[in-house]
Design a protein around this ligand. Structure first.
Ligand SMILES: [Mg+2]
Length: 301
């Protein structure tokens, strides 16, 4: 395949949970030797970019200078541009954060907004990785719900994933993640505006394009294991995409024919009518990955 920049998803592409994936080390080395701009583009805001870089270097290279932190882009990187762009919106510049890292709050403040847990005064509720909600209390949950349903705050989700697969001593099971909580917040009379910081929207790609001074026409390839975010997102900004049907990926080649139905279900759950839901179903009906591969090495050939 012919490309100059590659946007590699994290889980299911560069690693499988905490495990290595066959072929990734050689592929990363070859990409870098060829001078291809190699970016980890993840929809997961659990770690800050520096931690992803350190973690990848430990996992594959035993030295710290291979994968650089500025080659990691996460929804956290979209926080400042997003809120700066919405600074003049007709809603309070106060934000409630449900989940996520402290880094999220810092970046919201950098954009000139302030953090508040008072549902009556916030204009925005940001929902991020609930696994990091240290004060996982009913109080916070209800505050977020009231902010949206009683006081019409807008919702900002770091990603729309409904569940992750989780395996522990009780076996394999689903674990509800950010998208589920966004869907739950929307279940009420209010029809709040909803935004995404992850690959569901164009902003995260724009961060990559700006950082590396490129355009979608400069030979950019997106590689991912989730049709509804990785493939959808790539198509949404007009770059090539490849679905990696890896042993630990979320979606598989035989899901391609079924994903429109799933996208409709998800769009309904996440809230209709909304621009997101309507656009998403329309977009997904049109687009497919350019190619399906079963090992990441295949992007080199
Ligand atoms: Mg993934």
């Amino acid at each position: 395949m012919n490309f100059h920049t590659v946007l590699l998803d994290g889980d299911g592409v560069l690693y499988c949970g905490t495990e290595r994936i066959d072929g990734v080390k050689e592929t990363l080395q070859t990409l870098m030797q060829r001078g291809i701009t190699t970016v980890l583009l993840t929809n997961n805001a659990v770690k800050i970019p520096q931690h992803y870089a350190t973690w990848l270097n430990n996992l594959y290279f035993d030295k710290q200078d291979v994968f650089q932190a500025d080659h990691v882009v996460t929804p956290l990187d979209v926080v400042v541009p997003f809120f700066t762009q919405h600074a003049d919106d007709d809603r309070p510049k106060k934000v409630m954060v449900w989940g996520g890292t402290g880094e999220l709050e810092e970046r919201i403040e950098q954009a000139g907004f302030s953090i508040s847990d008072d549902p009556k005064e916030v204009g925005w509720v940001v929902v991020s990785e609930l696994v990091l909600d240290k004060d996982r209390t009913e109080k916070k949950r209800d505050a977020a719900f009231n902010a949206v349903q009683m006081y019409r705050a807008a919702i900002v989700g770091t990603n729309s994933d409904i569940y992750d697969m989780h395996t522990d001593e009780e076996g394999k099971r689903y674990k509800a993640v950010t998208g589920s909580y966004v869907g739950w917040l929307r279940m009420g009379k209010a029809n709040p505006p909803m935004f995404w910081l992850g690959k569901e929207a164009k902003g995260i790609y724009q961060v990559v394009f700006d950082r590396f001074n490129i355009t979608p026409d400069d030979g950019v390839l997106g590689v991912g294991d989730r049709i509804e975010t990785d493939i959808y997102g790539a198509n949404n900004v007009g770059i090539q995409s490849v679905l990696l049907d890896s042993r630990c990926g979320v979606d598989h080649a035989d899901d391609i024919g079924r994903y429109i139905v799933r996208a409709q279900d998800r769009a309904k759950f996440l809230g209709k009518p909304s621009e997101f839901a309507e656009n998403r179903v329309a977009e997904m009906a049109k687009y497919r990955p350019k190619k399906v591969i079963s090992n990441i090495r295949e992007i080199l050939g």
